[in-house]
Design a protein. Structure first.
Ligand SMILES: Cc1cc2nc3c(=O)[nH]c(=O)nc-3n(C[C@H](O)[C@H](O)[C@H](O)COP(=O)(O)O)c2cc1C
Length: 493
């Protein structure tokens, strides 16, 4: 417990006391209603996440302007009619004792739907990295309207009972598009050198400050480094930090990367070590006195505690870990970290599902995530005898959940060990976490009361004799064989 003393220290920003330094960073969920209002699914998802005990929760992107809305289910704050739903979201977070900031967002040239409708805007008419379609270059009137929209969004966040706002100036969206020479080739006062290109952000911050008053904290999320050929560096970013703080920023959230950065580095895959970009937070801290948030593959509260104790960052964001296992912090506080399911950084249920399938948020290893409204919590009315055939991750999860709900569960695995195909995946460099995942799944199923029998296949006769009430067939996924010439040759050929 005492080992988390730095992470669990409260922190004060303006008049806001945040109970600890654990941040849930913004994560788009696509759970909102189609009209941009907050849905019951949003509220249930948030309620479960906040049970982590994180002190500072930042909402997913929330659109400040209809022409800056990323997708039909993006949450919106561009009109007063959004305030009542957003107020419910703030309440859900406050009920758990945490503080909540709204992330104010404009998608700029990276909006698929807006590009299709010819409504997408950008600092210059340069095509999006991803969609290869040109936006319309913003006029000075567009710029003024957008600055005002950020201010009004912040005003509404405050009216909805939020404790802070965060401007999204990272990851290649509109504010960052102004900073990047790849997207901004303007020759007026909003373009030019790095300082000129930062003018739009500075004016957004000033307008937000004007609208929310002096006592309301403003965070700004930056990509501290663009991570693209001829992109801006962390030294460039350091050079504008004092201006951002002077314009109103109270917290610097030091993320990194843009669309087009290598390998989806912003939500980095498993080959990146936890905390692999913490030096960016440290470099930002060298030039500002306000708190700095570090982010990037964090799964372990004890590592986060050490980073804060070293002075490299003031707060630590755990993104996908909140999806994989929102109990990670409670487990650490109560000496049960070995039970925490670490995020696999596979991105399959979360960011890739959102970006490439336009689906709503899920997690490959946590079936509750994004389905909190339907997910059974209380014990079943009638306990059944359940057989699960197959001890891969699906079978182990089914066994564990059925046992948790009070059923009498037996799992049969034909191989001497549980894990199925994942035991192979776990042998690949950087993927040791997959092995730990299987061990924890088996341990949890046993803890919940399931019996696991290995080296035992199941026959029709066994089912007829044993007559369980339910049989769950979880005998494994079929491996995908890519269509590569020569793939069917044996290694001896
Ligand atoms: C499903 C998903 C949605 C995200 N949506 C947002 C978003 O709305 N705004 C934002 O600034 N970052 C967003 N991110 C990035 C995260 O805030 C975070 O920076 C990133 O996942 C790295 O942190 P992690 O390694 O702890 O997950 C998203 C990431 C994921 C996985």
């Amino acid at each position: 417990m005492s080992k988390l003393e730095h992470l669990l220290q409260p922190i004060t920003v303006r008049n806001l006391q945040i109970p600890n330094r654990v941040v849930m960073p913004p994560m788009g969920s696509n759970l909102g209603n189609k009209d941009g209002t907050v849905s019951d699914a949003n509220l249930a998802y948030f309620k479960r996440r906040v049970q982590s005990g994180a002190g500072f929760i930042i909402t997913e992107i929330t659109s400040v302007h209809p022409d800056g809305t990323a997708s039909p289910r993006t949450l919106c704050v561009y009109d007063d009619r959004f305030i009542p739903g957003l107020a419910k979201m703030a309440d859900v977070v406050h009920q758990q004792g945490a503080k909540i900031a709204m992330q104010l967002h404009h998608v700029g040239r990276e909006g698929y739907y807006l590009l299709q409708e010819g409504r997408a805007l950008g600092p210059s008419a340069i095509a999006s990295y991803i969609y290869r379609v040109k936006p319309r270059e913003m006029s000075i009137e567009d710029i003024q309207e957008t600055i005002a929209a950020f201010g009004q969004g912040a005003r509404r966040a405050r009216e909805a009972g939020f404790d802070a706002v965060e401007l999204h100036a990272a990851h290649g969206y509109l504010l960052m598009q102004f900073l990047s020479q790849h997207c901004n080739q303007r020759t007026d006062e909003y373009g030019g050198d790095f300082a000129g290109r930062s003018r739009f952000i500075v004016e957004c911050l000033q307008e937000v400050r004007k609208q929310v008053g002096e006592d309301f904290p403003i965070s700004i999320r930056i990509s501290a480094e663009e991570i693209i050929k001829d992109g801006y560096s962390v030294e460039d970013m350091q050079s504008i930090m004092p201006r951002l703080v002077e314009a109103g920023a109270d917290i610097i959230h030091a993320s990194f990367g843009t669309h087009g950065s290598p390998g989806g580095i912003t939500s980095a895959p498993v080959e990146y070590e936890p905390g692999f970009k913490v030096e960016l937070a440290r470099k930002i801290k060298e030039v500002v006195k306000v708190p700095v948030i570090a982010v990037g593959r964090f799964t372990d509260p004890f590592m986060a505690d050490e980073i804060i104790s070293r002075g490299d960052a003031d707060m630590i964001a755990f993104g996908r870990q909140h999806l994989a296992d929102p109990d990670f912090l409670i487990n650490a506080r109560e000496g049960r970290s070995q039970q925490t399911f670490e995020c696999l950084a596979c991105n399959q249920g979360c960011i890739e599902r959102l970006l490439f399938e336009q689906g709503s948020i899920r997690c490959a290893i946590n079936p509750e995530t994004g389905q909190e409204l339907e997910y059974p919590v209380d014990a079943a009315k009638k306990s059944k005898r359940v057989w699960v055939i197959g001890g891969g991750p699906g079978g182990l999860t089914a066994a564990s959940e059925a046992a948790r709900l009070g059923h009498e569960v037996t799992l049969f695995e034909a191989e001497p060990e549980t894990g199925g195909q994942v035991t192979l995946a776990a042998r690949v460099p950087y993927k040791e976490v997959y092995g730990r995942w299987i061990e924890k799944l088996a341990a949890r199923a046993t803890r919940h009361g399931a019996e696991i029998i290995t080296s035992q296949g199941v026959t029709r006769e066994m089912i007829q004799t044993g007559h369980p009430d339910e049989v769950i067939l979880a005998s494994g996924a079929r491996p995908v064989k890519p269509d590569i010439p020569g793939i069917n040759l044996s290694t001896a050929d």
